[in-house]
Design a protein around this ligand. Sequence first.
Ligand SMILES: NC(=O)c1ccc[n+]([C@@H]2O[C@H](COP(=O)([O-])OP(=O)(O)OC[C@H]3O[C@@H](n4cnc5c(N)ncnc54)[C@H](OP(=O)(O)O)[C@@H]3O)[C@@H](O)[C@H]2O)c1
Length: 273
Amino acid sequence: MTNPIPTEKTPPDEAPRFAELAGQVVVVTGGTRGIGLGIVRLLARSGARLMITGRKAHRLERVADELAKLGAEFETRVSDVADRDASRRLVDETLAAFGTIDALVANAQSYINVKPLLEITPEDFDLVLDTGPRGTLWLMQAVVPAMQARGRGRIVTFGSSMGQTGAPGYGPYSAAKEAVRSLTRTAAREWGRFGITVNCICPASASHRLPTNLDGDDPRARAFAAMYKDHPLGRDGDPLADIAPVVAFLLSDASQYLTGQTLMVDGGGILRA
Ligand SMILES: NC(=O)c1ccc[n+]([C@@H]2O[C@H](COP(=O)([O-])OP(=O)(O)OC[C@H]3O[C@@H](n4cnc5c(N)ncnc54)[C@H](OP(=O)(O)O)[C@@H]3O)[C@@H](O)[C@H]2O)c1
């Protein structure tokens, strides 16, 4: 199978801006690459004030250079989402820098190599659970008191369509992402009365992770090729043009009556599962 033929697609530079988000303080974890970077770019263009995290300082510096040229208001921190104390410090430092927190985009997630269930080690499972559901929960615990005090908050978490399709080779990752979806529902129920909405986005494949050769025989290429067989839009998702605008909608007042939900931001790919 060849790479999917792009269908209708907004060029990333023409991705919409969301004026309503101007001035809002948003914590974006894993904002240095891929989907997180697309979200950071859209929010910065929309005038949001950002706290951006990642593990690698040099990647944060690259993002900082780009945002400084845009005139964006932001802070960056090296912070591991698996470290609960670090997440608390991150939120304290965000409040110290900006005075408030409107939203959390819990995007960061560490990956393990694709491998069959029979070969999975405890360390493999720990990594995806520590950075997926546990990391998401530590951050939610850290931001929610400030949101509760204001009576408004927006939290966006990240699952994966692979959690629902059971892609071979992705067992621990898929389980971790399904645990994030489950936590999202509980969080929505526990914090809805405080004006906090919590929703989960499930991408399927964003451009930067698509194998270059879908005809290849490695398990990753096979999983992606299967995903694009009979895929409605027939293409992967662009972090800035396709996924970030849905995050922006979830941060806005337009989504105020939506909580505890999973939005499949996958070009309809889940329909062929
Ligand atoms: N891309 C897809 O096709 C796809 C599909 C389904 C779901 N998703 C979900 O979408 C989200 C983003 O995926 P992605 O593909 O854009 O990821 P990615 O390209 O691997 O980027 C991950 C980002 O998270 C950061 N990060 C990783 N582990 C971290 C940790 N322990 N603590 C703090 N930051 C950490 C990375 O920072 P460094 O650069 O410093 O390492 C990087 O900025 C994830 O939750 C993923 O599960 C993605």
